[in-house]
Design a protein around this ligand. Structure first.
Ligand code: ZN
Length: 110
């Protein structure tokens, strides 16, 4: 599908992903924050499992559990944020900008 500017019919259109960028950042931070909560739980499980291998195993297990929880939370939050950002871009914000006349419009407004 070739997009035309609704104002001047130019095909020199640039996509603008402001919502996506913002939501990815917010989602990653929120995900990492919830991941840290999960990490505390992961650390406890890791420490318990690692305890079978002695004090070093307990420390290593706790560390691995915490890292995994934070990482998984951050990645999950980032993907959720990207999906939300795409939705915001497509349905709420004007995501396309005409390079000829500077007119901004959404994919639905054509
Ligand atoms: Zn235009």
């Amino acid at each position: 599908m070739i997009l035309h500017c609704p104002s001047c019919r130019s095909i020199r259109i640039a996509a603008n992903h402001t919502g996506r960028k913002v939501c990815i950042s917010v989602g990653t931070v929120a995900g990492a924050a919830s991941g840290i909560a999960t990490a505390t739980c992961g650390a406890r499980i890791g420490a318990t499992v690692g305890a079978f291998a002695g004090p070093v195993g307990s420390t290593m297990g706790g560390l691995a559990g915490a890292l995994l929880g934070g990482l998984v939370g951050g990645v999950a939050g980032g993907s959720a944020g990207a999906a939300l950002g795409d939705f915001v871009d497509e349905h709420i914000l004007d995501i396309f900008e005409c390079m000829e006349c500077g007119h901004t419009f959404s994919a639905n407004s054509e």
